[in-house]
Design a protein around this ligand. Structure first.
Ligand SMILES: *C1O[C@H](CO)[C@@H](O)[C@H](O)[C@H]1NC(C)=O
Ligand SMILES: *[C@@H]1O[C@H](CO)[C@@H](O)[C@H](O)[C@H]1NC(C)=O
Ligand SMILES: *[C@@H]1O[C@H](CO)[C@@H](O)[C@H](O)[C@H]1NC(C)=O
Ligand SMILES: *[C@@H]1O[C@H](CO)[C@@H](O)[C@H](O)[C@H]1NC(C)=O
Ligand SMILES: *[C@@H]1O[C@H](CO)[C@@H](O)[C@H](O)[C@H]1NC(C)=O
Ligand SMILES: *[C@@H]1O[C@H](CO)[C@@H](O)[C@H](O)[C@H]1NC(C)=O
Ligand SMILES: *[C@@H]1O[C@H](CO)[C@@H](O)[C@H](O)[C@H]1NC(C)=O
Ligand SMILES: *[C@@H]1O[C@H](CO)[C@@H](O)[C@H](O)[C@H]1NC(C)=O
Ligand SMILES: *[C@@H]1O[C@H](CO)[C@@H](O)[C@H](O)[C@H]1NC(C)=O
Ligand SMILES: *[C@@H]1O[C@H](CO)[C@@H](O)[C@H](O)[C@H]1NC(C)=O
Length: 676
């Protein structure tokens, strides 16, 4: 009994086995087909042989995750070249990030070098932080810390042999991950950040040996750590010395790693202790469960994944009262609304919460309004001799301003009237080239200030009033206001206590007058409620102004006057005459109808008789008679030339005989006969 092996030899124990990988067909032994044949079930004569020949490149399926590069290995297998920090056969695993300095605790990790890395040493790691200072890593033997890495003003600083230092160019403390690589190659050290060489310099040789230690994030001694910026606060991921990993938390895949000796208050993951929430707590009355005195509450888990207030999607927490629109701002949110201010409500009073250290001054003021008032104060603020007032005078916008210097005051008035009950916008902005101000009304540039405008005082704790001149003065504005903005900050129409969350932005205006009860939204006065229109007139609300749509018989602003119907000239071909409660048309000849709009058809009831044809003429008709009729209405016979009548004077019937029109013969009196 002989054995024939196809595709692999007997007992091939080489690793990997030298087996044939591919397709075979038409394998004949003495004209017996041996391949391909189906072997019996359970037989071991065919192993890993399948019918058909349809293998494809395994890389076609894109097996490598996280942008890993697929490399075909023959027909059946592939290899993924992973990008850092991904690992594993399919690059599906990620090195577990270590969080240092959580809750401002001192934290560090220590690894031991258990081989001889030699003369060339490459240390690389991902770093994420917002702290400009902090100790990243120290390599030390029993006598010397021969390599130190720390952050100084947000940049990586390196010191080799206690002596030679090197500083990165770009700042990495921006909250993003940065791959930092330090290469000590013989007499030179090079710092690379995210594939960009930052700097390099010559050094004295260093040697890393078995037993050396790697300190990450700090040293056991806080004072020693403080020399290099203190304990690191941030995240480290995928730390490597040469090609060996320094894993804080092992991943399932096997990778060659140096041994972790110690891990102090380091935690896995890279959740921050969220700067936003922390600073948010500092000035909000929330308790730690997120509840407040007003039983406003927020879901704290919302913050746990986040870092900065800018990254919180505040509006998703629905912080604004109904009827307002939540708008995300760069560091928080605002509740936008329109508001109706009436003399019976109170002045709105604002103050900015910061009165110092603002780096950017006020370069714009904008507001919108809708009113029918011709004279009113909209906005007023004064600090010492500086002031600004936006008001209406003679239906026009007036902006008065003084920068506090004598004679450096100005007053400008818009050209177009704005008291028409429509929305209008007013904005003041710095003209970009000069330090002059431009006033815009409804997008039209109206005027350029002559003086030097300085509105920064509006942010310096100045009282700002909307609707009047001061808290004690009566409200002089009546109408609606759209959001008012000063220096990019909104003057909210709501009190802070109306919001479900306090606004987190550091800089903000607050509405301070708890007695102001403005009506949210824009509501005109109820001008039609008392139904001022008389005589069934319909009242139309035109915002603080009504209009009566009168029935035809009434006129006047309240439909109070009977209307003169003849004014409308209702008679088309005729004269209009007023009658009690209406009018009458006296038509011209040939016209008829209530408005004399119809031409009279004279033929309809014509006197044309005996089948005569009526012919229409101008205001008249005539009759076209059949042949044997005549007369105006064709009612007279047209006699033929009569034998007897035609001869009446000389051949008339004799002896009293009459000439018959019927047969033109003489009708004789009794006693007479004959033709005549
Ligand atoms: C008969 O009368 C006609 C017209 O009246 C006249 O022209 C004619 O001369 C008269 N003939 C005789 C014979 O009188
Ligand atoms: C058959 O293929 C499987 C999967 O590729 C492999 O694990 C097994 O070792 C193969 N069998 C032999 C005898 O080579
Ligand atoms: C420690 O490292 C430095 C720098 O490589 C070297 O000069 C020194 O001999 C080392 N000391 C020990 C005990 O290995
Ligand atoms: C304010 O009123 C204007 C005009 O009616 C409207 O377009 C705008 O949406 C309103 N704003 C808010 C926040 O309700
Ligand atoms: C304002 O700025 C000064 C100097 O720049 C600083 O000393 C002070 O602490 C700052 N105040 C606030 C409240 O930020
Ligand atoms: C400007 O100031 C002067 C006094 O300094 C004052 O008399 C004048 O009325 C002011 N003009 C305006 C427009 O406010
Ligand atoms: C028809 O004749 C009568 C009697 O002469 C007259 O009163 C009437 O106006 C005539 N009608 C028309 C349409 O001419
Ligand atoms: C038509 O005109 C004639 C002549 O002008 C007049 O005698 C007659 O009465 C008119 N008929 C009608 C129906 O107006
Ligand atoms: C007029 O002539 C028609 C036929 O043309 C005839 O039927 C009718 O009787 C005549 N009328 C008179 C008054 O002669
Ligand atoms: C002829 O006419 C007259 C007047 O109309 C009449 O009095 C007389 O009787 C008539 N004669 C005959 C024969 O019909």
């Amino acid at each position: 009994i002989a054995h024939l092996f196809i595709g692999a030899g007997p007992g091939d124990k080489t690793e990997p086995p030298r087996v044939f990988l591919g397709c075979l067909r038409d394998v004949l032994v003495d004209s017996h087909l041996v391949v391909p044949v189906m072997s019996a079930e359970g037989s071991d004569t065919q192993v890993n042989v399948t019918m058909g020949c349809n293998d494809n490149d395994k890389c076609d399926d894109g097996p490598c995750q996280n942008r890993g590069r697929c490399v075909s290995q023959g027909w059946r297998s592939y290899m993924c070249e992973c990008h850092r920090p991904y690992e594993g056969g399919n690059c599906a695993e990620e090195y577990i990030t270590a969080r240092f300095g959580s809750k401002d605790l001192e934290s560090y990790a220590v690894f031991s070098i258990d081989d001889d890395p030699g003369e060339t040493l490459t240390v690389s790691l991902f770093v994420r932080t917002r702290q400009p200072r902090g100790l990243l890593l120290i390599l030390a033997n029993s006598t010397s810390q021969y390599l130190r890495l720390w952050l100084d003003q947000g940049r990586v600083k390196i010191q080799v042999n206690n002596f030679e230092t090197l500083l990165g160019q770009s700042v990495i403390s921006d909250g993003h991950f940065h791959l930092v690589t330090v290469k000590l190659d013989g007499p030179e050290v090079t710092l690379t950040q995210s594939a960009q060489v930052q700097s390099s310099r010559p050094i004295r040789h260093i040697w890393a040996h078995h037993g050396d230690r790697v300190f990450v994030g700090g040293l056991a001694d806080p004072r020693a750590s403080a020399t290099f910026g203190g304990y690191f606060k941030g995240c480290v991921q995928d730390l490597r010395v040469n090609n060996k990993r320094l894993q804080f938390y092992p991943i399932p895949s096997f990778v060659e790693s140096y041994k972790l000796e110690q891990l102090l208050t380091v935690s896995p993951g890279c959740s921050s202790d969220n700067a936003c929430a922390v600073s948010y707590w500092q000035y909000t009355p929330f308790d730690r469960q997120g509840r407040t005195v007003n039983s406003r509450w927020i879901d704290l888990s919302f913050f746990s994944l986040l870092k900065r207030c800018e990254e919180v999607k505040w509006c998703e927490l629905s912080p604004c009262p109904a009827s307002t629109v939540c708008q995300q701002t760069s560091r928080g949110f605002e509740c936008l609304s329109n508001v109706t201010v009436r003399p019976e409500s109170a002045i709105l009073h604002y103050r900015n919460n910061r009165n110092n250290n603002r780096t950017v001054g006020v370069t714009s003021v904008s507001l919108g309004f809708r009113t029918r008032q011709t004279v009113a104060t909209i906005l007023h603020a004064q600090r010492g001799s500086k002031y600004i007032t936006v008001s209406l005078r003679d239906s026009r916008v007036v902006v008065e301003h003084s920068a506090g210097v004598e004679h450096d005051n100005s007053s400008v008035q818009s050209e177009r009237p704005v008291s028409d009950g429509e929305w209008h916008s007013v904005s003041l902005g710095v003209h970009d080239r000069a330090s002059k101000w431009i006033i815009n009304v409804d997008g039209n540039t109206e005027e350029i200030f002559i003086g030097v405008a300085d509105l920064d005082f509006l942010l310096e704790g100045t009282d700002i009033f909307i609707g009047g001149l001061s808290l004690d003065s009566p409200v002089s504005f009546s109408g609606c206001l759209a959001p008012v903005e000063i220096g990019g900050l909104l003057l909210p129409f709501h009190l802070d206590t109306d919001l479900k969350l306090l606004r987190p932005q550091e800089e903000q205006f607050s509405q301070l007058n708890v007695n102001a009860h403005p009506h949210y939204g824009c509501w005109g006065a109820s001008v039609c409620a008392s139904n001022p229109c008389q005589n069934q007139g319909l009242c139309e609300d035109l915002f603080d102004l009504h209009h009566c749509n009168c029935p035809s018989t009434w006129s006047g602003s309240l439909c109070q006057e009977p209307s003169d119907p003849c004014v409308a000239k209702p008679c088309v071909y005729g004269n209009c005459r007023n009658t009690p409660g209406g009018y009458r048309c006296e038509c011209e000849q040939g016209f008829t109808g209530a408005q004399c709009e119809m031409e009279v058809d004279l033929c309809v009831n014509s006197n044309c008789s005996n089948g005569a044809t009526c012919l229409k003429g101008v205001q008249n008709y005539s009759c076209l008679c059949p042949q044997n009729l005549t007369g105006q209405y064709c009612n007279l016979p047209l006699l033929p030339v009569s034998k007897c009548s035609g001869t009446r004077w000389n051949f008339s019937c004799f002896n009293g005989g009459n000439c018959s029109v019927v047969d033109d013969n003489c009708l004789c009196l009794p006693g007479f006969s004959g033709q005549w």
